[in-house]
Ligand binder design. Structure first.
Ligand code: ADP
Ligand code: MG
Length: 356
């Protein structure tokens, strides 16, 4: 491409932003600054005025506590945009917030955003359009497992294979990569949210105790596990007894929650096994050296690495700071755009680069 002094100047002053638009959390990584936003992907809406009232953490705290005319929604479900207008509002807010933090007025930013593997052309287009509509000058897409692998420091440009299992809120993404490309992948709609539902169901069936999703999530964080713990734990859980209708506190043990989560955990393990079945033996041999890397918040479930390792006879390790891998990995593209832009995904009827 010919040198364009205008673009060069624009590049000097504009922001480069990598966004991990997750079903559970949205992270914004600004080149030169690092992760400046890390908030739940929730939006509170006034139904009558059709206006957002709160976005991010503030919105998540309102879940289950809103009056009739107010609703708290997650605009992404199962990894893809389920509510375009609200996704756009959320992106505009986060991108706007980054812009506000700068002292001088800046040109509109270049944005890279992560998408799950195996999404349709229409779904890709929706993410792209939402980012552009939210005020980007240029938008690029990257497959989340590739970003996660870069963020986790895996040598995916190498001829040796690597494997990432990214367990988020809505989806689990399994990908085997080699020579900068995806060799095999699986996307599964069982991840953190499903585990929260498992906890809700379990306590309802066993104790007639009704609890909300966010309490279920806290139970999972504190005492959830996928493998026997060195010291099993207990926790008091508050809810409503469905028979008496009265508030009740029940003491729950980590053994029980492990049982509650076992179905979802097994599905994840089986999906990783399926992906392994599909790859050539050379890459299996590589994985015996380097192991499998867990990323995403679900990777923090206690004992999950041990459980997968035990069943699949491979070393399994959790990436450093697994919740930020995708945002950090996507951000790395801007550090060396000419070399790393090959990891970006194109949209049909166009190249990988899209300008407004
Ligand atoms: P997404 O990419 O879909 O936004 P994240 O990678 O941010 O998802 O992960 C969010 C999920 O990780 C949530 O379901 C959350 O409950 C789960 N999670 C976060 N921390 C832990 C933990 N310590 N133990 C188990 N699950 C966790
Ligand atoms: Mg994610």
């Amino acid at each position: 491409m010919a040198f364009n002094p205008f673009n060069w100047l624009l590049g000097l002053f504009s922001l480069d932003i990598a966004i991990d638009l997750g079903t559970a959390n949205t992270l914004v990584n600004v080149r030169g600054k690092g992760i400046v936003i890390n908030e739940p992907s929730w939006v509170t809406i006034d139904k009558r005025l059709r206006q957002p009232i709160a976005i991010g953490l503030e919105a998540k705290e309102m879940v289950g506590r809103t009056p009739a005319n107010v609703t708290v929604v997650r605009p992404l479900r199962d990894g893809v945009i389920s509510d375009f207008a609200i996704t756009q509002i959320m992106l505009e807010y986060f991108i706007g917030k980054v812009h506000e933090q700068s002292v001088v007025p800046l040109p509109r930013p270049r944005v890279i955003v992560g998408i799950p593997t195996g999404v349709t052309e229409v779904e890709k287009r929706a993410v792209y359009d939402a980012v552009m509509a939210a005020g980007a000058r240029q938008a690029f897409l990257i497959e989340e497992p590739i970003a996660a692998a870069l963020g986790a420091g895996l040598p995916i440009g190498d001829i040796h294979g690597s494997m990432v299992v990214d367990i988020g809120g809505g989806t689990t993404e399994v990908a085997v990569m080699s020579m900068s490309g995806v060799v095999a992948s699986r996307s599964l709609r069982v991840a953190g949210d499903e585990m929260d539902q498992d906890v809700v169901q379990y306590l309802r069936n066993k104790y007639n105790l009704l609890i909300g999703e966010s309490i279920a999530e806290q139970v999972k964080w504190k005492i959830g596990s996928a493998y026997p713990l060195p010291v099993e734990k207990t926790m008091d859980v508050r809810g409503r007894n469905l028979v008496t209708g009265l508030p009740e506190t029940v003491q729950v043990s980590s053994v029980e929650i492990r049982e509650a989560l076992s179905g979802s955990v097994q599905v994840i393990v089986d999906t990783v096994r399926d992906a392994l079945d599909e790859i050539p033996p050379e890459i299996v041999a590589d994985l015996m050296d380097v192991g499998i890397c867990l990323a995403g918040g679900g990777g923090l479930l206690q004992g999950l690495a041990d459980r997968i390792s035990d069943e699949l006879k491979l070393r399994v390790w959790v990436a450093e700071d697994p919740l930020t891998c995708v945002a950090r990995g996507a951000g790395m593209i801007f550090e060396d755009f000419d070399r790393l832009s090959r990891y970006l995904v194109g949209l049909e009827r166009g190249s990988t680069r899209h300008s407004a």
